[in-house]
Design a protein around this ligand. Structure first.
Ligand code: GA4
Length: 324
């Protein structure tokens, strides 16, 4: 992978950090399976992030979910607040989590369980069954994509059970979330502010799609920020903490953030594939060798999630699970 240039100057109240330009690996899922597996493994080891095209999620399914999201954020604040506050599910504005984190963002955070979707839709849309069916169709399609990618990872890593990772999010009790973020434009004064602060995703895998406004930045090295070019034709995929643990540290759950642009509004939709609460997270035997002894102690997703919610957004939580 190539780091291209160093661009620093910008009318930017976000500190003048080192900003590098990069093209994330673009992986064509319709290419030869074993090649795709190798490319995904390399991307997850180097950057924890990659983009996929020919992903199989129908354009219409994406367009409907996006339209429902636009309809929601266009509503007057008082109506949106009927779907809130986010504790953690529902409509949230500026407040992130429960420990004082804030950003220039409004969002809907939802559980992906169909019963929960049906229940929540009532306070989100004037046509709850339309919202519910758009979301169910979207979740079904991106979950399938996530499972396919997790199977390709297992194959690329030579894990004997190719469904070792994907079976966790195929479990009917999976605790996967869906988040729709809206970073509103404000004032055309050409500044950027932090929309969603630096963090890693706690889950297994995140499948993100955004409109054609940039803002996502990744930080594979401390203090270095790499902007990810927006690409509505692709999904951006990233490794979460649980997958870092399940690959015994071979894949990296990279810290990232979203900046909000004062003159253009950005919307992104993120599916966070997670295990069932009681599922036990541990690396398969193939990932543990004498040269690479077991890095993390086994834990349940419930335990990990509780730790995440007890800390701040930017805190490192996976280090708390390192084997002594
Ligand atoms: C980051 C990834 C997902 O957006 C999220 C976030 C969650 C929340 O907003 O409720 C958390 C954050 C995220 C990590 C640490 C905790 C939990 C806010 C926060 C301070 C939905 C998730 O699963 O973890």
């Amino acid at each position: 992978m190539q780091l291209i240039a160093m661009v620093v100057a910008s009318p930017n109240p976000v500190r003048n950090e080192k900003i590098l330009a990069i093209d994330l690996p673009m992986i064509d899922l319709s290419a030869d399976r074993s090649e795709v597996g190798k490319l995904i493994v390399r991307a997850c080891e180097e950057y924890g992030f990659f983009k996929v095209i020919n992903h199989g999620v129908p354009e219409g399914v994406i367009a409907e979910m996006e339209q429902e999201s636009v309809n929601f954020f266009e509503k007057p604040l008082a109506e949106k607040q009927r779907a809130g506050p986010a504790n953690p599910f529902g409509y949230g504005c500026k407040n992130i989590g429960f420990n004082g984190d804030m950003g220039e963002v409004e969002f809907l955070l939802l559980h992906t369980n169909p019963l929960s979707i049906a229940q929540r839709s009532k306070s989100i849309s004037n046509d709850p069954s339309k919202f519910g069916s758009a979301m169910n169709n979207y979740i079904r399609a991106v979950r399938e994509l996530a499972c396919e990618i997790l199977d390709l990872m297992a194959e690329g890593l030579w894990v004997r059970d190719p469904s070792y990772f994907s079976k966790m999010i195929r479990d009917v009790e999976n605790d996967s979330f869906f988040r729709i973020n809206h970073y509103p434009s404000c004032c055309n004064n050409n500044t950027t502010r932090v929309g969603f602060g630096e963090h890693s995703d706690p889950q297994i895998l995140t499948i993100l799609r955004s409109n054609d406004v940039g803002g996502l930045q990744i930080s594979p090295d401390h203090g270095v920020w790499i902007p990810v070019a927006p690409d509505p034709a692709a999904f951006c995929v990233n490794v979460g903490d649980v997958l870092q643990a399940m690959t015994n540290g071979r894949f990296v759950s990279v810290r990232h953030r979203a900046l909000s642009d004062s003159s253009q509004s950005r919307m992104s939709m993120a599916y966070f594939g997670a295990p069932a609460l009681q599922a036990r997270v541990s690396a398969p035997p193939e990932m543990v060798t004498t040269n690479r002894p077991s890095l993390y102690r086994p834990f349940t997703w419930a335990e990990y999630k509780a730790t995440a919610y007890s800390l701040s957004l930017g805190d490192n939580r996976l280090d708390l699970f390192i084997n002594c």
